[in-house]
Design a protein around this ligand. Structure first.
Ligand code: BGC
Length: 870
């Protein structure tokens, strides 16, 4: 009979309290002060006129699989009241509620109609159609008078999620008319106005920045269940926001690169040409000196800091910076983020103006206090990809090392001189986009600042010695050969593999084609895919999938449970176990009552902690904090019996409209990779549980996400779209990787051996398991509901196995049939099938399902690819 680990006690547990308190303690580090004329912190718990769609309908995180089903979310209104503020605009908030309800009803009615017309399940549509909340209703003179205070807090919220991109329209990327009106009205009529942005990514903040009377603007972000309490802590001055922007906030959407062609903007969601090439985010804004409102890495504190580079030293192929940070203020404590950017010489390969190469956050510095940081840079990490020669190369010339507090507030502290080209890695080209011209950087003038020239001229020179660098060369494995069965007279079980008596390969060699096939296809193939979507398909209620149970009785090969993330564990929060041992959910995937709970049965509760969304975590620039969040998730995985967490998400923020950017970290691959590595290290401290970094790769838009063909140059792939994944793999060895839905240059990533085997395994040394994203290979109904003729077909199950995509999720009978037929007709080798199955078995054998499991990191040591901070 199935074993349920959830508690039968509905009361809040000590673990829940502890984890919520821990997240609350971290939350302020994830918030970014964008503007503050001294109004913050308010210090006194005064009367607050509270407005905005995020006041009572605070967004804790986005929608879809990235949502977490929590016990409760503290709204900003509740948070303020719990912390002793008096909210004086109850009438306005009640009025907003009514309007918001009507807005939601209209949304649901439209979905219902769509469900009827297309035959798609309503629940499915609800999960996959992001709901954009009502932006605002007018604030009247009467509201103002009734509020009886001079202090207003205006919370602007946005929501998004998988299945659809955001839009450059009023009420989404832009402020709605009512919002604009409210900003002007509140700014004019209140003595103090604080605007909190309860958003997962940039919106157009031009009006907020330029309107006098908007005294403070803070990126509150979406911080999980404690969002409202965190807001109260911020206003009260109990917690000091310490975040810095992980993305450029450019004001008008058209200021972003590729804004006219991104996603549905040019009317074509079949082919996406990455014309901006390597110039995404600040690489674009700086190289071409484009207008923006808040630069990458920007964020204020309540105090001021002085950053001084005391020493720059060469140690072989590394540069060590000694940087002193002093809190020069006299009232507030705070933390500073030291950011190191490098401008590489513009040689045969064009280069961006600068690239982030290291960062470090100080501890809390009291007024007058200082901290000295030692930041160690690996010069090889500055290398560019040279598509002409299929290698990574450090081109000859001067490398300017810039140290500062944001991408636009740095000083040149040294010039590292390399007198010849140095190849750091021998690779080969894998990506050949059609119709993509190299991006022209001719006649463009980069960003500069007053003292730049003088600083550069007078900066000390360090001469690098080419002999200090050693090049590594990737070795590409041949297609796997068939494993022979060496123990024909003995039936090997998983326990014998776990005990070390036999190897995974020896067990794999004994399995029939059919058994191997089931191992490479998720359990939904046997249970029915609808069950998974309906949240009733897995032994861990709410998990998005599980591995096969086919060989449970015969060889004790147990099933791994795979719940979603990344903002915590996505589980069903309450379910009922019937007398026959089976369960039904008491609440559905969206948290509503299913209405079909059995009369008889034992209620079980799974209250996971919602941690801040990924873009808020990245805003902390605090890897230790992110590791602690991973630790929280890892502990809950142990508690509930989850093996692989379908997180962190780590796609590149190519464009602010991507509907899932909130699930991803940043527009910079180094920050992204470091965050994902920290998250993974936190999770994988726990025995036998691991992360699944996703969506590998270039899953940068949600419109037509399953069939969009991303056309990207080799260099942009290497330096931008793969780079974050590479750092996470090399540094933290996640237990698993999830391929994406999209195609890259004409091939589904799920079917691309170049990406999943040659890049991931042969070049980076990934030792874990690769799985598909959900239903990548299936002909599911929402494919047909897209409304247009799709240019590209779905991925194939056979090609997944050939590519080294070990596990097809959640699994369908058509996958099983296709693989078996291919082995039979010789279009798929038994060796390739064995290889995938053995990689699934390897992770099963290392999982917590068996006694004596170790933290995964102890099995597979990582390798640091870039900087370290002492
Ligand atoms: C999402 C994945 C998720 C999976 C399982 C897919 O729709 O793209 O991120 O892990 O569903 O829920």
């Amino acid at each position: 009979m199935q074993k349920y680990l959830a508690t039968t006690n509905p009361d809040i547990s000590e673990r829940e309290k502890r984890h919520l308190e821990a997240v609350r303690g971290m939350a302020a580090e994830c918030m970014v002060i964008l503007k503050n004329d001294g109004v913050l912190p308010l210090r006194r718990t005064e009367k607050i006129a509270l407005y905005g769609n995020g006041a009572r309908h605070t967004v804790k995180g986005g929608t879809g699989s990235g949502d977490v089903n929590v016990r409760t979310t503290v709204t900003v209104e509740e948070g303020l009241e719990r912390e002793g503020f008096q909210v004086t605009t109850k009438d306005w908030l009640d009025r907003f509620d009514k309007a918001a309800e009507a807005h939601l009803t209209a949304h649901l009615t439209a979905l219902q109609k769509q469900a009827e017309e297309t035959g798609t399940a309503f629940r499915m549509l609800r999960i996959l159609t992001p709901y954009n909340p009502l932006p605002m209703i007018p604030v009247t003179q009467e509201d103002l008078e009734k509020s009886g205070t001079e202090t207003a807090v205006y919370v602007i919220a946005r929501n998004s999620g998988e299945g659809g991109d955001r839009r450059d329209v009023k009420g989404d990327y832009r402020l709605s008319d009512d919002e604009e009106e409210a900003v002007r009205f509140l700014a004019k009529n209140y003595r103090k106005l604080v605007v909190l942005l309860n958003v997962g990514g940039p919106i157009d903040v031009t009006l907020l920045e330029k309107t006098p009377g908007v005294h403070a603007v803070v990126l509150l972000g979406q911080l999980g269940s404690v969002t409202g309490l965190a807001a109260a802590d911020l206003l009260k001055g109990k917690a000091v926001p310490g975040g810095r922007l992980p993305d450029t906030w450019a004001g008008e959407y058209k200021n972003y690169p590729a804004s006219d062609v991104f996603g549905a903007n040019d009317g074509d969601t079949n082919d996406e040409y990455y014309e901006e090439d390597i110039y995404t985010g600040y690489r674009y804004f700086d190289t071409f000196n484009k207008p923006l409102v808040y630069e990458f890495g920007y964020g204020l504190s309540y105090t001021d800091f002085e950053i001084k580079t005391l020493k720059v030293q060469r140690e072989g192929a590394e540069i060590v910076l000694t940087v002193r940070v002093v809190n020069t203020g006299d009232t507030y404590s705070g933390r500073e983020v030291v950011q190191v950017y490098v401008s590489s010489p513009y040689g045969r390969l064009p280069k961006p103006y600068q690239e982030l190469r290291a960062f470090a956050k100080t501890g809390v510095l009291a007024p007058g206090e200082e901290e000295v940081l030692h930041i160690r840079l690996k010069v090889s990490s500055f290398a560019s990809y040279d598509p002409e020669n299929g290698c990574r190369v450090l081109e000859t010339g001067e490398y300017l090392i810039r140290v500062g507090s944001s991408s636009r507030k740095t000083k040149v502290v040294c010039k590292a001189l390399l007198k010849q080209d140095v190849v750091t890695e021998g690779l080969k080209n894998h990506f050949f986009p059609d119709k993509l011209e190299p991006y022209s950087t001719e006649f463009e003038k980069p960003y500069s600042y007053k003292d730049e020239e003088e600083e550069t001229d007078t900066a000390p020179v360090i001469v690098l010695d080419p002999a200090d660098f050693s090049a590594r060369t990737a070795v590409y494995e041949d297609a796997p050969a068939e494993l022979p069965d060496l123990h024909k007279d003995h039936r090997i079980t998983m326990d014998e593999v776990v005990s070390g008596a036999y190897t995974v390969d020896e067990l794999t060699a004994q399995l029939t084609d059919e058994e191997l096939t089931y191992l490479t296809v998720g359990e939904a193939a046997r249970r029915g895919a609808a069950a998974v979507v309906d949240q009733r398909g897995c032994d861990l209620p709410g998990a998005a999938g599980e591995t096969t149970g086919l060989l449970q009785d015969s060889r004790n090969i147990l099933k791994m449970q795979l719940p979603d993330g990344p903002a915590g564990l996505r589980l069903v929060k309450e379910y009922v176990v019937k007398p026959d041992g089976r369960y039904v959910s008491a609440v559905d995937a969206l948290g509503s009552e299913t209405g079909d709970s059995p009369v008889e049965g034992v209620h079980h509760y799974q209250y996971a902690t919602a941690i801040p969304i990924a873009s808020s975590l990245a805003a902390s620039w605090d890897l230790d904090l992110i590791e602690r969040c991973g630790d929280i998730v890892g502990a809950e995985m142990e508690e509930f019996g989850a093996s692989l967490w379908l997180a962190p998400g780590m796609n590149h923020h190519r464009n602010p409209l991507c509907g899932r950017n909130f699930e991803y970290y940043s527009e910079d691959p180094l920050l992204t990779g470091k965050c994902a590595a920290a998250d993974t290290k936190g999770v994988q401290k726990h025995p036998g549980v691991g992360t699944t970094i996703k969506h590998f790769c270039a899953n940068n838009q949600e419109d037509n996400r399953m069939f969009v063909n991303e056309r990207i140059s080799e260099r942009a792939m290497r330096e931008i779209y793969l780079r974050g994944f590479e750092i996470a793999v090399r540094e933290a060895q996640p237990m698993a990787v999830m391929s994406s839905y999209n195609l890259v240059n004409g091939v589904h990533t799920a079917n691309a051996r170049e990406i999943l085997t040659e890049v991931l395994r042969d070049e980076w040394g990934f030792g874990g398991l690769v799985m598909t994203d959900w239903c990548t290979t299936l002909d599911i109904s929402f494919r047909q509901t897209n409304g247009k003729d799709l240019k590209y077909d779905k991925a194939s199950a056979r090609a997944c196995i050939e590519a080294g995509n070990d596990l097809i999720m959640p699994g369908g009978m058509s996958d099983v049939e296709e693989i078996l037929a291919s082995v039979k007709d010789g279009t798929l080798s038994r060796g390739a099938l064995q290889k995938c199955a053995s990689r699934v078995l390897l992770q099963v054998s290392r999982s917590h399902l068996y006694e004596g499991a170790k933290p995964y990191g102890e099995n597979v040591p990582g390798e640091i690819v870039t900087f370290t901070v002492e």
